[in-house]
Design a protein around this ligand. Structure first.
Ligand code: NAD
Length: 344
């Protein structure tokens, strides 16, 4: 079923690259979701990503109680592309601006706060510009803080204590979010196994006293909690069968290959915290500071409350089922005046 309000696909006039902007829902307020700039063998894979990720953003906003719906931008970069990135970002800004505020973008994989300045030359519907330019800046520290709050809650439910120093974690992906999560876990005294396809991240592993292993060994490590912090689609029937952890929670978006895989985890006795809940820290912080005029402290308090959202895992129902039901219930919200990005 096609449930999106609109999906725009445009060949960027400046860059020549395919620009996809998907608006899944504005029922609860302005659609929000980041701009992904990634290499796709076929631009249609980027279209699929935009469609899937924008729908997931609607769930994420609903679960976080935000007065917003879901959207996503994908700039589909062909393999071997060596051109300049700025024309493509400006092209994305033009398409976003034509939606007249139905959707506002922010950073995602492949883009950061500086890129929001470039998009912002064509539209005002942009979050997370650098702090010195009046935005809320890089969202990854808040996403990492929310992930650690989720991990404490998960450990409380699964192991009877939120004391992270008593637990072992396998962090897959030591990028902006995963690197900070691993550092915070190390500071809390946790035992850590880590991996990244980028060998340069090994230096961080050494700095925080984590054991560096291959991505395959990280996925199947015999630890208390696996923390997916790289790309989506990690949890499939085959990969779930190979897991040796007792719980899974991390910031990576769209971890399940299909909704039914959550029940496979549940049946194996592996507690999975749904990624739309775990990874919402960045969007909670950005919308709190930029839309609802919260102080930094108040916004971070809302991020920490992600742990409470996960308390539902204490019931016998799988957290995935609870998250889905809540998201569906919350989608019935009416638009509010708060759900609009402010003029920048
Ligand atoms: P990032 O690009 O900074 O980091 C991703 C890391 O994963 C990189 O270091 C990369 O080398 C590594 N990686 C890629 N494929 C891998 C693989 N197969 N095995 C091991 N490592 C691999 O991205 P990020 O901002 O840290 O985001 C990480 C995940 O969290 C993404 O799924 C993203 O969508 C999600 N997320 C991020 C934010 C945010 O605020 N940045 C918010 C919500 C969700």
């Amino acid at each position: 079923m096609f449930s999106h309000e609109q999906v725009v696909v445009r060949r960027g006039p400046e860059s020549g690259l395919p620009i996809v902007v998907a608006v899944h829902s504005t029922a609860a307020g302005q659609a929000i979701g980041g701009c992904r700039m990634a290499v796709y063998p076929d631009w249609r894979d980027g279209l699929d990503d935009a469609i899937r990720l924008s729908a997931a953003m609607t769930d994420k906003c609903a679960l976080a109680g935000l007065p917003n719906g879901g959207g996503k931008t994908v700039i589909a970069v062909p393999p071997g592309f060596t051109g300049d990135r700025e024309p493509a970002l400006r092209d994305a800004g033009v398409v976003i601006d034509e939606l007249n505020g139905a959707y506002a973008t922010g950073p995602d994989v492949g883009t950061g706060p500086d890129d929001m300045m470039t998009i912002g030359t064509r539209t005002r519907w942009v979050f997370c510009r650098p702090v010195e330019a009046g935005g809320s800046g890089d969202s990854s520290p808040a996403t990492a803080a929310g992930t650690v709050a989720a991990l404490r809650a998960l450990c409380e439910v699964r192991f009877g204590s939120g004391d992270l120093s008593r637990r072992s974690f396998a962090v897959l992906g030591l990028g902006r979010v995963g690197g900070t999560v691993a550092t915070l876990l190390a500071e809390a005294g946790a035992r850590l196994v880590v991996a990244d396809v980028d060998e340069s991240r090994r230096a961080l592993a050494e700095a925080i006293g984590a054991r560096w292993v291959s991505p395959d060994d990280c996925r199947t490590a015999a630890v208390d909690v696996l923390v997916p912090a790289a790309m989506g689609g990690l949890l499939t029937p085959a990969s779930v069968a190979a897991l040796r952890c007792r719980a899974v929670a991390g910031p990576a978006n769209n971890q399940l290959d299909a909704p039914g895989t959550a029940e496979l985890l549940h049946r194996r006795g592996i507690l999975w915290a749904p990624d739309p809940v775990v990874s919402a820290g960045g969007i909670i912080h950005a919308t709190g500071v930029e839309l609802r005029q919260l102080s930094e402290e108040a916004a971070m308090a809302e991020v920490a409350a992600i742990g409470d959202t996960l308390a539902a895992a204490e019931t016998r129902v799988s957290p995935a089922t609870i998250a889905r039901d809540r998201a569906e219930a919350a989608r019935g919200q009416v638009p509010t005046a708060q759900g609009q990005v402010s003029e920048g």
